[in-house]
Design a protein around this ligand. Structure first.
Ligand SMILES: Cc1ncc(COP(=O)(O)O)c(C=O)c1O
Length: 435
């Protein structure tokens, strides 16, 4: 399928540049051409050929306030005039320090030391290094592995891949190239927690930390689990010599219902990672935030005990000022209330999908709505049909899901859900589309 077949006109920059681009998660030989986009505003995406799409994705879950929010835009414009970037080694600046103190005020105690980087995967790599070196700095050797969970996703760099779900992290393809970790089933009830604890008892001397996405495993399929499960895991970690890392890169900043998923479960990890909605979807930024216990283990008269990490663009002032403005928006606009409203709307609207043939499950949490289907989906066909219907929805695996901006209005949300239901009906009626 080419773009002509779905009616796209190609601008010159597309014709000139596309042959030189390598796209993410894309089989470049067979996948349809990407869609040229011109601009964004609020919850809408404007294509080069004049079409307008309602956005159901918030750009991989980042644009929580909608696109181009004037408050974030003016903060970034102001910062651009003053200082777009400065190295963070030996120099500090107002946007980064203001952001660090704002984040710490929002977080439950004792998460209070912020290390900035520029992507979710790197924030996770840093958390892994912190956890491993924490034990080394305390003179305890051999605790160099991490424990993570089936269905989990923590990024695409090699270290992060090693703690992803084995299939998602392509553990067999990359066999020999990945760090050896323990990726175990997520314990969902008392009996499974006992099995997990037994596993921990057997392996604790070689493990530094447990890492988990709290309450929702995003890329693994928007899999939701209970706060009790998270509480059980947390208790087991504190009963044994294990640090606990929460990867809130997907759930953080309202997506799962509260500002942070950890608040709902009432548990606090030793280290937490953030990215995605941290800047309201404006500029790349991530943060790895540690407790004083973790931080203090790096304090020494020995330089070798320091955390040896420092991405060139860490704490970029544009990104930090966008993040400060984004957090200010959470203070002055009713974002978390909007998430609760979206949860109600999604629950009501998506319930119609339950009765459709081939629908295995419908689940909603916060501003995440999921329709899980039976069998493999005709992904390219689905993506094209959604564009035809004027919506930007990007199914993967066997799920069609919505993660809209929290500022979306009911009419747009209805259009998104109606499109999902219509497209599933169409898909069911043309058996040949299911490949
Ligand atoms: C929970 C989680 N951790 C880490 C990452 C990786 O973030 P990035 O794509 O910014 O490297 C993602 C991205 O989807 C994620 O959902």
């Amino acid at each position: 399928m080419s773009n002509e077949s779905v009616g796209f006109k190609k601008p010159k920059w597309f014709v000139d540049g596309f042959p030189h681009i390598w796209l993410p998660y894309t089989q470049m030989k067979t996948e349809p051409l990407a869609v040229p986009v011109e601009k964004t505003l609020g919850t809408h995406i404007y294509l080069s050929d004049g079409r307008e799409l309602i956005d159901g994705m918030a750009s991989w879950w980042t644009a929580c306030h909608g696109y181009n929010h004037p408050h974030i835009r003016s903060a970034v414009e102001k910062q651009l005039k003053e200082m777009p970037h400065i190295m963070f080694g030996g120099l500090v600046h107002k946007p980064a320090l203001t952001l660090a103190s704002k984040l710490v005020k929002l977080l439950p105690s004792p998460l209070e030391r912020v290390f900035f980087s520029e992507s979710g995967s790197v924030a996770v790599e840093i958390a892994m290094k912190m956890a491993i070196q924490f034990w080394l700095n305390r003179g305890i050797k051999g605790k160099h592995r991490l424990i993570s969970f089936h269905g989990g996703y923590h990024g695409d760099t090699l270290g992060a891949m090693s703690i992803c779900d084995p299939e998602e992290g392509m553990h067999s393809l990359f066999q020999g190239a990945l760090l050896s970790q323990h990726v175990v089933p997520l314990p969902k009830n008392e009996d499974e927690l006992k099995v997990f604890e037994q596993f921990i008892e057997e392996h604790v001397t070689e493990c530094a930390a447990v890492i988990i996405e709290p309450l929702i495993q995003g890329v693994g399929g928007m899999l939701m689990y209970s706060p009790e499960c998270l509480q059980g895991i947390s208790e087991i970690c504190s009963n044994h010599e294990l640090l606990l890392i929460f990867d809130e890169i997907f759930t953080g900043f309202g997506r799962s219902g509260q500002m942070f998923a950890m608040e709902e479960a009432g548990v606090v990890p030793d280290i937490v990672t953030f990215s995605k909605a941290l800047t309201g979807g404006t500029v790349a930024l991530s943060a790895t935030i540690a407790s004083p216990e973790v931080f203090n283990a790096f304090l020494s008269m020995d330089d070798g005990a320091a955390l040896m990490h420092g991405p060139t663009y860490m704490a970029n002032p544009l990104a930090c000022s966008a993040a400060v403005a984004s957090l200010e928006l959470f203070e002055v606009e009713p974002r978390i209330a909007q998430v609760s409203q979206i949860e109600i709307w999604l629950t009501e609207l998506l319930s119609e999908a339950r009765a459709l043939p081939n629908v295995k499950d419908v689940r909603v949490k916060g501003a995440v709505g999921v329709v899980e289907l039976a069998g493999n989906l005709p992904i390219d066909w689905l993506r094209r049909r959604f564009i035809d219907k004027g919506v930007w929805i990007r199914p993967f695996g066997n799920i069609i899901y919505l993660t809209p901006a929290f500022s979306i209005n009911k009419a747009d949300l209805c259009h998104l859900v109606e499109s999902i239901i219509q497209v599933i009906e169409e898909m069911n009626s043309r058996g040949d589309a299911r490949v």
